[in-house]
Design a protein around this ligand. Structure first.
Ligand code: BGC
Length: 784
C-alpha cells in the first residue's frame, strides 16, 4: 500500500513510501523507488528474493543483441542487491512468519531507499531489520547498501550470504558470457563478464564491512564460486538487542565507460582501476559515501526544485518525483547515450530512445540544466550515420532517424508485438517503418535548444548538420500529388498509433514543413554570418544543391488547415469520416490498451479512436499557428475520441487546455498524468517508469499553468494557475542566469538570482519589461 504522507516537517512531500508488503505486487515500488544516477539504474527489489520480483541493473549505453532476430537491448547486468539472510536457522522472508511493522520509503531529496521491518519468524523469534541503499550521484560507479539486524527475542546466529550474481537475464535472454570470477584477500569479490555480441566488458566488484553494535569487526567468510556467480557468507552470533551491521559496497565499470579510450583499452587496467576504486570506497564506508552523494542531490534540488503550494499535496510530490526520475534516467555524463523510454528502471522498450527524449524530456533540461539538453542532442548527432543509412535503405536522402534508437542510430523497433485477438498471431509493428515524425521532432528540439540558448558552438559542430540533413530527408520524402497540385506525405503512422498507413497526418506534414522552412532560414543565416561553417557543411552535404530542393518543396507542402465548416483540423485524410464509437469504457479503465482486447488493431484503425494526443500535440508544438478558438474546438473534439492509452498523452492535453484558459480541465488532465506512475494501480509501472510522462508533468506546470516560454529574444509568461494552487515558485536557467518565477493567483514576481545579465527581456501577456533584479507584476481580481 502506497503512502505519500510519511515525510513530515522539512521532509514533507519529499518521500514516497509503502506501508504494507505484498509479495505478489512488487513491480510498482521496484520501479517508482528505483535508484540511479544516469550512468546506471537499479530497480528497488528487496534484498531477499520473491518469485514475482524483477531485479534489474542497467548501465546506460551498453546495448547488446541476443541474436540477429532480436533488437539490441540494455542487458540486465549482474545483481549485487540480493542478500540471503538466515536468522537462527530461518530464512528471512516476509512470505512467512508475522510482520509487526513494515515501511519502505524513497527519500527523493537524498536519493536514499530505506526499509524497516519488525519480523517474527515462524519459530516466534523477533528481529528488527533496517535496510538502506543508495546509488552515488558523486561516484557514478558506486552502489551502497547496509542492513542493521537486531534480534529482539534472544541471541541469534545470523548468516548473511552476499555476492555478485551474473545469472540475470532479460526475460530469459542472457547477454553475457560466463566470465571470470575471483575473490581477492577474502574481501573483494569480482565478476568480469563480456556481452555476447558487442563485446563490452563489465567489471563488477563488491566488498563488505561488518559491525557489531557500531564497532567494526572482522569475520572470516565462507567463499564460493558458482556458475556465473561469486559469494561470501558471513556468520555471526548476535546478542539480544545488539545491532549487527553488514555494509555492502559495489562498483560497476564497463569498457564502454567514457574515460576509456577504445584504441588503448586494456581489461587488466580496468580491473585494477575498479579494484582500486572499491578499496578506497571501503575505507570511506557507507555513511560518508552516502553524505557525499546526498550533497550532490541537494545541489541538484537547489537548481530544479519547483515549489507548489496546493490544496492537493500530491501536486508538489508529483513534480519532485518527476525531477528525481528525470535525473536518474539521463546519461548526463556521456553524450553517446540517449534516454530509454523507461529510463533505467525496467526492461520495457529495451532501453531504446524515442521522440520521448526530444519532445517530452529535453525541455526540462533546457530550462534547468541546458548542458544536459545539449548532451542529449549530441547523442542524435553521434547516431546520424545510422539515420543516414536508414534514409538510404528506404530510398530517401539525408537523415531518417529511427523510431527506436540504441547505440548506433539504426532502427531497433521490433517487428512484432502484442497478440491480434482475431488471428492469435503477433501484430506487426509499423512504427519502425512508417512512424517518421521523429525525424522532424529531433530537428524541432535542436532548433528550440538553439533559440533558447543561442549556443552557436553547438550548432556549428552538430545542430546545423542535423537540421540540414533532416530537412533533406523531408524534401525527398514528400510526394507530388497531381490532383492537389501540392506535396503530400502518404502512408505514415502519426503520433496516434491507433492509426496506421494514413495519408497526410497533420502533425507529420506540419512538422516536416516546419523542418524544411527552418533549415532554409538557418541556411541563409549561416551563408551570411558563418561562412566557414557554411563552407564545411556545403562540402560535406552538397548544401547548395539540397537547398534548391528545400525551396522547391517548402511552399507547396499540403498542410491540413482548420475546416471552414467546423474549424476541425483533420488528423489525416480519412480520420473524420470513420465511424465513432463510445470509448467511455476504455477511457475509465485503469488498465491501458484494453480496447485491443475487444477489437483487433485493424478494426481500431477504422474508428475515430485515438491512442494519444495527435492533433492536440500539433496545437501544442506549433501553438503560434492556431488561434485559441481553433485550439479549443479541436481539443474538445479530439479529447472525446482519445483514450490516452499512451502515457505521453494526458500532459499534452493539460498544456493546451491551460494555454486556452480551460484551467479546470487542464488540472484534471495534470492530475491524471501525475498518477500514471504514482497512482494506486499497482501494476502500471511494472516494466519501468513512464519517462516521457514525467517530462510531461514538469512541462504541464511550466508551459501549461505558468505559461512560460523562452524564445530567442524574450522570456514570455502568461500564467493560468488552477484555483487549487495558492502559489508556485519555479527556477529557470536562461542565458547564464538563474531566475526564480513566483506566481500566485494574482501576482507575478521574477527575480534574477545570479545577475550575470544586467537586464533580461520579459514579456508578460504581450507587454515587454526589462528584468534587472526583480520585477513584480500584480493584478487584483481573479487570475492575472
Ligand atoms: C507511444 C509512443 C511512445 C512510446 C514510448 C508508445 O506507446 O505511443 O508515442 O514514444 O510508447 O514511450
Amino acid at each position: 500500500m502506497l503512502s505519500y504522507n510519511l515525510g513530515s516537517g522539512e521532509n514533507r512531500n519529499w518521500v514516497i513510501a509503502e506501508t504494507e508488503f505484498n509479495s505478489s505486487l512488487l513491480g510498482k515500488c521496484e520501479t517508482i523507488m528505483a535508484l540511479g544516477n544516469g550512468y546506471m539504474g537499479v530497480r528497488s527489489s528487496t534484498e531477499e528474493s520473491y518469485v514475482k520480483q524483477t531485479r534489474n541493473l542497467f548501465v546506460a549505453g551498453t546495448f547488446n543483441r541476443f541474436d540477429q532476430t532480436e533488437p539490441s537491448e540494455l542487458p540486465n547486468t549482474a545483481d549485487v542487491t540480493a542478500l540471503e539472510i538466515n536468522l537462527n536457522g530461518e530464512q528471512f522472508s516476509l512470505d512467512k512468519g508475522t510482520i509487526h511493522r513494515y515501511y519502505r520509503y524513497l527519500h527523493l531529496k537524498t536519493g536514499e531507499l530505506v526499509r524497516v521491518v519488525d519480523w517474527e519468524s515462524p519459530k516466534k523469534e523477533r528481529f528488527e531489520l533496517t535496510f538502506r541503499r543508495f546509488i552515488s550521484l558523486k561516484n557514478l560507479h558506486l552502489i551502497g547498501m547496509r542492513v542493521d539486524i537486531k534480534p529482539l527475542s534472544e541471541k541469534a546466529n545470523i548468516q548473511v550470504t552476499s555476492g555478485i550474481n551474473g545469472q540475470m537475464t532479460n526475460s530469459g535472454a542472457q547477454h553475457f558470457h560466463e566470465g571470470e570470477k575471483r575473490i581477492f584477500d577474502k574481501k573483494f569479490l569480482q565478476l568480469i563478464q563480456t556481452t555476447t555480441e558487442t563485446n563490452i566488458d563489465f567489471v563488477i566488484n563488491a566488498t563488505h564491512r561488518l559491525k557489531m553494535n557500531h564497532e567494526e569487526i572482522d569475520l572470516s567468510p565462507q567463499m564460493s564460486l558458482g556458475r556465473r556467480r561469486v559469494d561470501l557468507q558471513y556468520s555471526a552470533t548476535v546478542a539480544k538487542d545488539k545491532t549487527y551491521t553488514v555494509e555492502k559496497l559495489s562498483t560497476v565499470h564497463t569498457s564502454r565507460d567514457s574515460q576509456i579510450d577504445s584504441r588503448s583499452y586494456d581489461l587488466e587496467e580496468l580491473r585494477k582501476l575498479s579494484l582500486d576504486g572499491i578499496q578506497k570506497a571501503r575505507a570511506v564506508g557507507y555513511e560518508q559515501l552516502f553524505e557525499e552523494s546526498k550533497s550532490e542531490w541537494l545541489k541538484y534540488w537547489n537548481q530544479v526544485d519547483i515549489q507548489i503550494n496546493s490544496e492537493n499535496e500530491i501536486d508538489q510530490l508529483a513534480v519532485r518525483f518527476a525531477s528525481y526520475h528525470l535525473l536518474i534516467m539521463t546519461p548526463h555524463h556521456d553524450s553517446r547515450f540517449g534516454i530509454g523510454a523507461k529510463g533505467l528502471t525496467g526492461e520495457g522498450y529495451k532501453g531504446h530512445s524515442f521522440w520521448d527524449s526530444e519532445i517530452f524530456i529535453l525541455p526540462y533540461f533546457l530550462y534547468t540544466k541546458p548542458e544536459i539538453a545539449r548532451s542529449l542532442l549530441e547523442y542524435r548527432y553521434h547516431t546520424i550515420d545510422g539515420a543516414r543509412k536508414k534514409a538510404k535503405d528506404n530510398g530517401y536522402d539525408g537523415a531518417m532517424y529511427p523510431w527506436e534508437s540504441a547505440f548506433t542510430g539504426e532502427e531497433e523497433t521490433p517487428l512484432w508485438a502484442a497478440v491480434n485477438i482475431l488471428t492469435g498471431k503477433a501484430t506487426k509493428v509499423w512504427s519502425g517503418i512508417i512512424e517518421q515524425h521523429i525525424t522532424a521532432d529531433i530537428a524541432f528540439a535542436v532548433w528550440n535548444y538553439y533559440t533558447a540558448t543561442q549556443d552557436v558552438d553547438f550548432m556549428n559542430k552538430y545542430g546545423s548538420e542535423i537540421l540540414f540533413e533532416t530537412a533533406t530527408f523531408w524534401a525527398s520524402r514528400v510526394e507530388w500529388d497531381d490532383g492537389k497540385e501540392q506535396y503530400i506525405i502518404t502512408d505514415v503512422v502519426g503520433p496516434d498509433e491507433y492509426k496506421e498507413h494514413v495519408d497526410n497526418n497533420a502533425f507529420t506534414n506540419y512538422l516536416a514543413h516546419w523542418t524544411i522552412q527552418t533549415a532554409i532560414r538557418h541556411y541563409d543565416e549561416c551563408k551570411t554570418n558563418r561562412k566557414n561553417v557554411f563552407e564545411r557543411l556545403n562540402d560535406k552535404l552538397s548544401l547548395e544543391e539540397k537547398y534548391k530542393k528545400w525551396k522547391q518543396a517548402v511552399d507547396h507542402i499540403y498542410l491540413p488547415v482548420p475546416r471552414e465548416s467546423d474549424n476541425l483540423i483533420p488528423q489525416d485524410d480519412t480520420y473524420l469520416s470513420k465511424p465513432i464509437i463510445d470509448i467511455t469504457k476504455y477511457k475509465t479503465d485503469s488498465a491501458v490498451q484494453t480496447i485491443l482486447q475487444d477489437f483487433s488493431r485493424e478494426q481500431v484503425i477504422d474508428m475515430q479512436v485515438s491512442k494519444q494526443a495527435d492533433v492536440v500535440m500539433l496545437l501544442y508544438l506549433l501553438g503560434d499557428r492556431f488561434s485559441d478558438y481553433v485550439k479549443k474546438v479541436n481539443l474538445d473534439y479530439y479529447e472525446s475520441r482519445t483514450i490516452h492509452d499512451s502515457s505521453l498523452s494526458m500532459a499534452v492535453h493539460s498544456i493546451v487546455a491551460a494555454n486556452v484558459g480551460d484551467v479546470k480541465d487542464a488540472y484534471e488532465y495534470f492530475t491524471k498524468a501525475s498518477l500514471i506512475d504514482l497512482g494506486e494501480n499497482m501494476e502500471s509501472s511494472d516494466a519501468g517508469v513512464h519517462a516521457a510522462s514525467l517530462g510531461g508533468i514538469w512541462k504541464a506546470v511550466v508551459f501549461g499553468f505558468a505559461g512560460i516560454k523562452l524564445t530567442s529574444e524574450v522570456l514570455m509568461i502568461k500564467p493560468n494557475l488552477p484555483e487549487q494552487w495558492n502559489s508556485i515558485t519555479i527556477p529557470i536557467y536562461w542565458r547564464g542566469d538563474r531566475l526564480t518565477v513566483e506566481l500566485t493567483l494574482n501576482s507575478i514576481m521574477i527575480r534574477n538570482e545570479t545577475g550575470n545579465n544586467p537586464s533580461l527581456p520579459i514579456e508578460f501577456n504581450g507587454t515587454r519589461f526589462s528584468l534587472q533584479d526583480v520585477i513584480e507584476l500584480r493584478k487584483v481580481g481573479k487570475g492575472i
